[in-house]
Write a protein that binds this ligand. Sequence first.
Ligand SMILES: Cc1ncc(COP(=O)(O)O)c(C=O)c1O
Length: 334
Amino acid sequence: MQTIKGTEPSMAWQLVHESVRSCVGNTPLVRLSRLFPQEGLEVYAKLEYMNPGGSMKDRPARHMIEQGLREGKIHAGSHIIESTSGNLGIALATMAKLYGLEVTCVVDPNIAPTNLRMLRQMGAHVEMVLEKDVNGGYLLTRIAKVHQLLERIPDSYWINQYANEYNWRAYYEGTGGEIVNALDRLDLLIAGVSTSGSIMGTSRRLREKFPHLKVVAVDAVGSSLFGATQGIRRLPGIGASRVPELLRREEIDQVVYVNDWESAMGCRALLHHEGIFAGGSSGSVIAAIQKLVPTWEKGVSIVTLLPDRGERYLDMVYDDAWVEALEEKGAVVS
Ligand SMILES: Cc1ncc(COP(=O)(O)O)c(C=O)c1O
């Protein structure tokens, strides 16, 4: 096992933060040696769910808003608009409190009820689109709604996480920087993908220190992000029905597909073996690693990201009836 450099825990406790802003980042890196005890295999998980908003999206939300402020595109009183039904909306609502901004999240009926309640509690405005688009989903209607709101609301600004360069840069400086400071050897980065901000930013920083690094993207069965046929996806988090502007396909070495059932099993294995209660996409990366383990030679060092907490998934991956319903439909191994 390699030496991991870290800060002295007693030092961390002495810090007093001016606001929740500076509590974003510096998430723990934990070796998953119970779940992956194989000789020579080192799997390190970055607990991104320990950010104050409960997900890694605190990083891009803070960076995209602060850069917007720096560049004069937004200021106190501006109105932030984004198409988001989950973690980014919650993170934007947090940062909006600190900078005196209004936030509107454009969502669709697939939003998890808990997320809808959280967004409202946090003071975000919610615009629900009800009409499906030509593809049978809501993506295009949500984007059309964003454009309508931009026209209607004065001093409004679209965050546009799929194309905003400060999305991936937040992970380049944050997640990637923290991992290179902690590890001396690394062969693989395995991460779930939706906007691709986290995998692009983290891998770019890691490759500066570990030039031979291989980057494995984990996508959901049913997502067309990497050109596969679109299908039913029940878990929020990874996957997309479009190709993000931020994605540079040539920087990804391999794509592994994981379905909802496999992700649920991955979540449960993480909880059972490591006591880590994480969200659906954390289960997806664990399932992907389990699929890949037999293909690796001895002596592989891996880092992965665990993007959000388990609580918001109690009615999904942690609900036996939800898992059994997938099993009845035969939606088991992909
Ligand atoms: C829970 C979860 N996991 C993974 C991802 C994928 O991250 P990215 O958008 O950086 O590709 C997201 C993005 O929304 C997410 O919410």
